[in-house]
Design a protein around this ligand. Structure first.
Ligand SMILES: Cc1cc2nc3c(=O)[nH]c(=O)nc-3n(C[C@H](O)[C@H](O)[C@H](O)COP(=O)(O)OP(=O)(O)OC[C@H]3O[C@@H](n4cnc5c(N)ncnc54)[C@H](O)[C@@H]3O)c2cc1C
Length: 288
């Protein structure tokens, strides 16, 4: 391994000062679970890693604001989020998704900011955060800005972050009467990388839907929204036939790519089956 500098700033301001936007070999590191694998594989050869582990505690905390938004510090570990009571109560779909996101050794050190910044198309969180309308707060030398998680991921391991920017907070709107579900389909253990991820958020109105959001992960180079299929579910009776048709339409419309977790054909078949199951899980009256 090529020698590199490892810095441990005590504040976000100090960390931002240590990142050098003009030098792609200077990188922030959170849990290091992805960074270390990329270094071992030789695809990342940093000259300097700036650890975000030792910054102010406020960036590791979770709180619900008076307006009901969930504010998650960018340096909160995934396991702390999995066990957080506010998240279990107000955003159960997140708590459940965290439980199956990799193994506990990874979840104990990986942080939500590092997770979202990694932008692997197989990550479980981006599709779930997208259907919830979550935003990231980003800090850099030029100040602070916010962006939807949906706009953060641009492609394979590619984000809209500018060099030297750090994700410092994730903001999730309140769910109100909406109900959401995420199904992670794996070919091995339930916490393994997904072959397909299907995230659904529904706004019920009596026994029909007023609004639906559908996002698929692990099928293309980034989480993909199925807007027209989602619209087709609004106002109709959610019969088995209607859900099967919606699944088949989604599989037909989505341009899926092969990867090491499954062929495009297999993923399309999974989508045709699991889209309806995910809607059923989140539909009015479902025991979720
Ligand atoms: C064995 C194994 C199995 C896994 N299985 C799954 C799975 O089933 N589902 C799933 O979703 N994920 C899975 N993962 C991926 C895991 O979720 C990520 O490795 C992890 O979330 C990355 O978080 P981290 O804090 O370790 O990031 P790091 O490795 O520290 O950083 C990742 C990237 O983000 C950048 N970065 C870090 N922090 C920030 C920040 N705050 N702001 C801006 N940029 C930042 C780094 O420079 C780097 O480019 C698995 C990983 C492993 C090792």
């Amino acid at each position: 391994m090529i020698p590199f500098e490892y810095l441990k700033p005590r504040s976000i301001a100090e960390a931002i000062g240590m990142l050098q936007p003009g030098d792609p070999d200077v990188r922030p590191v959170s849990g290091g679970t992805a960074v270390m694998l990329m270094m071992k594989a030789g695809v990342l050869r940093p000259s300097r890693l700036v650890s975000l582990r030792y910054v102010e505690d406020e960036y590791k905390q979770v709180r619900v604001t008076e307006s009901g938004e969930l504010h998650i510090g960018g340096m909160a570990t995934l396991s702390s989020l999995e066990h957080n009571d506010d998240i279990k109560r107000g955003w159960p779909v997140l708590a459940k998704a965290f439980r199956k996101l990799s193994n506990v050794r990874v979840r104990n050190v990986a942080m939500i900011g590092g997770n979202l910044a990694h932008a692997d198309p197989h990550l479980d969180m981006p599709p779930v955060m997208t259907i919830l309308g979550a935003r990231v707060q980003i800090q850099g030398a030029r100040g602070t800005r916010e962006m939807l998680v949906e706009e953060l991921v641009k492609g394979y391991y590619e984000t809209a972050l500018e060099p030297g920017e750090i994700i410092t907070k994730v903001i999730v709107p309140p769910m109100h009467a909406a109900n959401a579900a995420y199904i992670k389909v794996t070919t091995r253990a339930s916490h393994d990388w997904p072959t397909l991820g299907v995230a659904v958020c529904l706004q019920p109105e009596q026994d029909r839907l007023r609004h639906a959001e559908l996002v698929v992960g692990a099928a293309t180079d980034r989480p993909t929204r199925l807007a027209s299929v989602a619209r087709s579910l609004v106002g109709i009776e959610l019969s088995d036939h209607a859900l099967r048709e919606a699944g088949e339409r989604a599989a037909h419309e989505l341009d899926v790519v092969d990867d090491q977790h499954g062929s495009a054909e297999y993923k399309k078949h999974l989508l045709s089956v699991y889209l309806g199951r995910a809607v059923r899980l989140a539909a009015p009256g479902a025991v979720n």
